[in-house]
Design a protein around this ligand. Structure first.
Ligand SMILES: *Cc1c(COP(=O)(O)O)cnc(C)c1O
Length: 370
């Protein structure tokens, strides 16, 4: 009567069939498995320079307060973000990483009879949050690995409630011109919520950066998400945020947990925001690291997808999984992207010059021996 499979049957449909997100392999795990002393991880688009020293100092100043609950409204961080981005604090929603915001959006706006549009090769969390609430995913074919905004618009119908656009996209690094996104927003019915995921915004060159915040006044259905995990180097603390109309921010705030950002994270993010020097060092290091990696790919006659982020997907012209495993044995962790329908690619996060070189040497070695 009471078999274990009946318990699984009790779960909601979306969860029963959900395949969990696969993170980049942790350094400690590879250490345990292979006992290697030197391991380079270029798998999760983390900041190779670490975190802002100001953020680390800020954490120390709140250590004596840990018995208290954090500020559930994130007053100071929202104030700092508002003044930097020229929005009102009421337009900001803080999340436990921007992934939490993506999930909140799904919970606030979706039901099983509604549809969500996102692109082939788009960020893996979009299908996850869509499926978890039982909504229907409509995946539009990519155009040269980039989002095809016309195809996305053409898929909109009466049931469409949400569109996810990652700009730059992960794992392709493709960047849509800001004029194309603006045209898209103009055409998109106001009954469709558009999430513009700008997790890699800070890495985009100034000429190509969209002034997306300015669009908020014009498009009440727009939600911009950003994060402290990538350029700000605070992935371990889990802080992200969204910018939207105050109406949407209010809705998202109703759905979140009361203390979704911990005290250390709030303090560190606020300090990191003020450390403009660390941010420019990060962007400069990324630009030169990207050059180093792509020059090496060129020398190996490999092609890659031009990336506006802090990672690059390289085409190995053969199945990438065996190369991934061979790289692991040499102490290099990169990211397989077969789950993104990119079987021949590996995604490489830009590391320090030394880390990039370690990876390049390992890749050369591996490619010679296959
Ligand atoms: C890394 C990433 C995020 C969010 O990461 P958090 O650590 O949850 O803020 C969101 N979108 C994309 C496209 C990403 O690559």
């Amino acid at each position: 009567m009471h078999t274990t499979h009946t318990i699984c049957d009790l779960a909601v449909q979306g969860i029963q069939n959900l395949i969990p997100y696969t993170p980049g392999k942790p350094i400690e795990e590879l250490q345990r498995e292979l006992g290697l002393s030197e391991i380079v991880k270029l798998a999760s688009n983390e900041n190779p320079l670490g975190s802002s020293p100001k953020a680390v100092e800020a954490i120390k100043t709140v250590l004596s307060e840990l018995s208290r609950y954090p500020d559930g409204n994130g007053f100071c961080l929202k104030k700092a973000l508002a003044s930097k981005l020229k929005v009102s604090p009421e337009q900001i929603t803080l999340g436990n990483g921007s992934n939490e915001i993506l999930e909140l959006v799904a919970r606030v706006f979706l039901t099983p009879d509604l549809e969500v549009i996102f692109s082939q090769h788009a960020f893996a969390v979009y299908p996850l949050v869509t499926q978890a609430v039982g909504a229907k995913a409509k995946i539009t074919p990519a155009l040269n690995y980039a989002h095809d905004l016309d195809a996305m618009l053409a898929s909109v119908n009466q049931s469409t409630r949400l569109v996810f656009i990652a700009n730059p996209n992960n794992p392709t690094g493709t960047l849509l011109p800001s004029s194309a996104i603006e045209n898209f927003l103009n055409e998109l019915p106001k009954t469709v919520i558009c999430v513009l995921d700008e997790a890699y915004f800070e890495f985009v060159s100034d000429e190509k950066k969209a002034d997306s915040v300015a669009w908020l006044d014009k498009y009440p259905n727009l939600i911009i998400t950003r994060t402290f995990s990538k350029a700000y180097g605070l992935a371990g603390l889990r802080v992200g945020y969204s910018l939207s109309s105050t109406v949407i921010a209010d809705l998202l705030n109703r759905a979140r947990q009361p203390f979704n950002n911990n005290m250390l994270a709030l303090a560190a993010a606020e300090a990191a925001l003020s450390d403009v020097d660390f941010l420019s060092l990060t962007v400069a290091a990324n630009n030169s690291g990207m050059e180093q990696l792509t020059q090496a790919f060129k020398a190996l006659s490999l092609s890659w997808i031009t990336s506006a982020g802090n990672f690059v997907s390289v085409d190995l012209l053969q199945e990438a999984m065996p190369i991934y495993r061979a790289l692991l044995k040499k102490g290099v962790i990169v990211r397989p992207v077969a789950n993104y329908e990119m079987q021949n690619h590996l995604r490489i996060s830009v590391g320090t010059a030394a880390e990039n070189q370690f990876f390049i040497n390992a890749l050369k070695d591996v490619l010679i021996h296959v």
